[in-house]
Design a protein around this ligand. Sequence first.
Ligand code: NOJ
Length: 749
Amino acid sequence: MKKKITIGLGCLFLLALAACTEKSQSTDKKLETHVENLLAQMTLEEKIGQMNQISPWGEPTQIAEAVRKGEVGSILNVVDPVAINALQQVAMEESRLKIPLIIGRDVIHGFKTIFPIPLGQAASFDPQLVEAGARVAAIEAASVGVAWTFAPMIDIARDPRWGRIAESLGEDSYLTATLGAAMIRGFQGSDLSDPTAIAACPKHFVGYGAAEGGRDYASTFIPERTLRNVYLPPFEAAVREGAATFMTSFNDNDGVPSTGNRFILEQVLRKEWAFDGFVVSDWASVAEMIAHGFCKDGKEAAEKAVNAGVDMEMVSGLYVAHVKELLAEGKIRMETIDNAVRNILRVKFRLGLFEQSHIDTEAPSVFYAEAHLAKAKEAAVASAILLKNEGDFLPLTDQIKTIAVVGPMADAPHDQLGTWVFDGDKNYTRTPLKALQEEYGDRIRILYAPGTAYSRDRATDGIAAAVAIARQADVVLAFVGEEAILSGEAHSLADLNLQGAQSELIAAVAKTGTPVVTLVMAGRPLTIERDAEASRAVMYHFHPGTMGGPAIADLLFGKAVPGGKLPVTFPRTVGQIPIYHSHNNTGRPYQGNETLLDGIALEAGQTSLGNTSFYLDAGNDPLYPFGYGLSYTTFEYGNLSISADRLRPTDELTVTFEVTNTGKYDATEVAQLYVQDCFGSVTRPVKELKRFARVALKAGEKKTVSFTLPVQELAFYTIDMQKKVEPGDFNLWVGPNSRDGLQTTFVVE
Ligand code: NOJ
């Protein structure tokens, strides 16, 4: 059987960019007239009020009074629809100019129905599914009056010590740009004024993920070229997708905090990308410029933030306190204030808030709707990554009569939801233990002894009970990982081994001789080499959300086939960090065959090891490379061909190859295309992801896959900081991950 699929223009993100109309740059004259009319009526105090976002403080009556006086443009963290209606009513009926509030909330991977954390969703390499997840989140959040989410987080994350890697879409710029745009489409729907649409807020602009040492909020040192080649593209894609707002980041990059950075906010965002939505600071990040040592006091912080282009200030109140005086002193211009207010009003109009800011509290609830739970389960299935499957141990067969379920994550309804769950209710969580009992309990003996109570638990006295059930079972399912609180904002780790006594638990149950399947639920890549060695199979689930249990039960028994791929490289040990697939080469690249620590002869000569760039004790190879993930079936790649091997910068390259499902299961493979620009006016990454496609194949089926790659997409910021395609030699690979695949070459003339 042979079919041909072509990944055409419509499917491909960057081509889609070229084709798509620039939604956010709408020159809707009517809307602009509304904005100008309103602006013309506003007092300075009312303008400053629009630039002020608060989180509820004090008595509701005090807040209502501030809204009535026009001192507040936005409130975050109110989710009670009755309270939101009351506040909007004050704004719309009792304030002088009747400007609605924009209510913001961190709706990051679901509102009530919790989807896998963004890092997990990224493992699906499935823009449509990611979009659908954001749509569900928007529908649920909008139903209470939330009009604005602080997502997607599209920071490039290359350090798993950084707890916020959980909220990211991984290490790759192209994948992040593609999936970030999908999330924006999901949140904002086809029209922002739709009652189920909420404004997206790509964050954190910019560089936050490069925090030194993986310590949250730490400084970053990203040179302009790397900023433009790697960190900015997902944000540029977000602007083109029509993202309504942007959030600045906490970090200072090369000495300049983003919240006071004119270069990124004025030059890049407004001038180069023509963004016309509004920019909000991160939480108190205006005030934090004092702690950074960038401003001497709150007044200077307000001055620098406003002048850099931060239109709305999140919670520090410094605009309200100082902008009037700064204007009087000539340190801020009225035009700057007017532009900030224009940007904010424009988004409020686009959201349709002036027409419909009242929520029907009698409407039937959309929370945890069947369709939402089904989507969340689909996402949890698609996000699972099979890392090891020795002797095709999985899926489990009918031979299995007794299962020993161990580990602190087997029945952890709160922790499997992951970070950023402000509104999800753990009572709706379906855990793996419960799902297995419900679906297989009548046929299979399911024994349960967690071994340790929670992930950090160091007590080992529960391990004996786990060992005892392991002895009685045909298979041990070891559910380990991290509690939700160990990842996310401000939760960085220096040690990425399994916490507490979890590795001891795996070793102890493995020692019984009963095969162990390790299932990790975590917010980041963990260094699980020894745990994987002790296990027959390993499946990784970045915290899978509400429906993680049923998804895992289906995967274990082959009702679903794992197809997720790693959106981030897994190190063997923390010391290898940073480790990512698209690094530049050194003058002495690692060859992979160097002598490691134990092989070094005593008193070996200083240069006898070859002097390449690697760690004596860990080599350079990751535990699992970016893009890696197994299936229950096997895939073969073949017949790679390209449309031409000499191309001009205006040409398009067509890359064609076959993928065959050579195993026994119908399954989906994520085929990946990587390119290397072999030499340039500056050094270039050893590999860069340029395309991917999900290819569904029945057992035995073969399909021809075709990617179209305009040569222009090989452009990068060159030695003169211009974005150009440079002539020269290129390598190209197609394959199942960033390490393996078929290779060819071409030349750009
Ligand atoms: C701080 C976080 O960095 C940001 O991502 C979040 O949206 C805001 N707090 C609001 O909660």
